[in-house]
Ligand binder design. Structure first.
Ligand SMILES: Cc1ncc(COP(=O)(O)O)c(C=O)c1O
Length: 421
């Protein structure tokens, strides 16, 4: 299918990114042919694919460096420890954390948020205190706070959404009071693509003396993140959404908070000394990394960071934005397609409906055309409830996606529409 000349004229591809050359770095994109069709992978918000550089780094670790870290004097343990700690410094540089001890390896965003809930929440949030969340949060940034609120008798206050999927900032300002103890906020919505004005929202919270936790799971893969410029108190993200392996994630926290916080898990490596009478905890970040951590995952994430840094996060953001504009225009041209989430500032995520067709049927039919999208509530049921839909189909883009793939998506959606017309 081709776009109308008016639509085609509106979209500007980014010549700066040689997408075809970059695609060759991702073996899975060529190796897999669903139902005999070329794979059009548009489920990147769930998990993106790993480039050869990451796969090879993992293989090297497993065949030449694998040993447990921190506790060995032998050669291999030193090699593994060096690689693991080098990965921490890569993360530090990638998000511009002030110090490497502010970077904690976790198993993912969910684990990182739970760490803040246990470490900060259980210590500093009590009966009658309030936590501000928003209606567009992923369940990972709702359920832990609900568990804490139940345990402590605290209260959740929720910023609601406009019809375009933007946060009501006037409402946000008014939610603060003397009992507010934390703001938990998605940097980018996984269900709608909305990019929240987090810098301004953090400044508001800080004026009220309230720390802010950003859920950056959908932001870090798509644009440069600078935690010092944002001035967030905590920042969480996952390796598998930023071209790294599963099982690894990051919690960034300002040292002033991490030092005051209770450890989340107890065990080896997070202690300086243990007797049956008393345990003295290790310094940060080790205080929060009990037991054997995901060593390979951390090293693989480090390789993914090297990879995207070499491409340039700004170039990635520009290409993905061009894809978003092109895909939005293409889908809007199809009769019956309704896009849910039309914020002015959006990441390359498009949630949509095709007439009255259930999103699961849309997803299944697209799959038969080789087009992988996600269907469901995207772990954001309050968003679905806000827009009165049980689910959506969601296409989410990575820098390795092409304009031709958007055409393939649009052609497949058109087929769905015609089938049910
Ligand atoms: C915004 C957001 N937060 C949190 C998560 C949870 O990430 P993980 O499952 O890697 O812990 C996701 C995953 O989809 C997400 O999109």
């Amino acid at each position: 299918m081709s776009l109308s000349p008016a639509t085609a004229a509106r979209v500007q591809p980014t010549p700066a990114l040689d997408v075809e050359r970059l695609r060759a770095d991702f073996p899975i994109l060529a190796n897999v042919r669903p139902h005999g069709k070329p794979l059009v992978f548009l489920d990147n918000a769930a998990s993106s694919q790993m480039p050869r550089a990451v796969l090879e780094r993992l293989q090297h670790y497993r065949t030449a460096e694998h040993a447990n870290i921190h506790r060995g004097v032998h050669f291999l343990s030193q090699a593994a420890t060096d690689a693991y700690e080098a990965a921490r410094r890569k993360v530090q540089a990638f998000i511009n954390a002030r110090e490497e001890r502010e970077v904690i390896f976790t198993s993912g965003t969910t684990d990182a948020i739970n760490l803040v809930m246990h470490g900060y929440g259980r210590k500093f949030i009590g009966a009658g205190d309030e936590i501000i969340l928003t209606q567009l949060e992923h369940h990972a940034n709702i359920v832990p706070w609900q568990m804490l609120a139940e345990e402590k008798g605290a209260k959740l206050r929720v910023v609601t959404l406009t019809d375009s999927g933007e946060l009501r900032l006037d409402e946000y300002e008014q939610l603060f009071n003397a009992r507010t103890k934390l703001v938990g906020l998605a940097h980018v919505s996984n269900a709608l693509g909305t990019i929240n004005p987090v810098r301004e929202m953090i400044a508001v919270a800080h004026r009220h003396g309230v720390p802010v936790l950003l859920d950056g799971a959908q932001a870090v893969p798509h644009a440069a993140v600078d935690v010092q410029a944002l001035d967030c108190d905590f920042y969480a993200f996952s390796g598998h959404k930023v071209y790294g392996p599963t099982g690894i994630g990051i919690l960034y926290g300002k040292a002033k908070w991490l030092e005051k916080m209770q450890p989340y898990k107890g065990g080896g490596d997070m202690i300086l000394s243990v007797t049956f009478e008393k345990t003295t905890y290790n310094v940060i970040p080790h205080k929060f990394e009990a037991g054997t951590p995901p060593i390979a995952g951390a090293i693989g994430l480090g390789a993914a960071i090297d990879y995207v840094t070499a491409i340039g996060m700004d170039r990635i953001a520009a290409h993905e934005h061009a894809l978003l504009e092109y895909a939005t225009a293409a889908l809007k041209e199809i009769p019956g397609v309704r896009i849910i989430g039309t914020a002015r500032d959006k990441a390359a995520v498009i949630s949509f409906y095709v007439g009255d067709v259930h999103p699961h049927d849309v997803g299944t039919l697209l799959d038969h055309e080789g087009v992988a999208v996600r269907t469901g509530h995207h772990c954001a049921q309050p968003v679905m409830e806000r827009f009165r839909v049980p689910a959506t189909a969601r296409a989410s883009f990575a820098f390795y996606n092409t304009f031709a793939e958007v055409d393939a998506l649009a052609a497949a959606v058109r087929k769905v529409q015609q089938l049910f017309a």
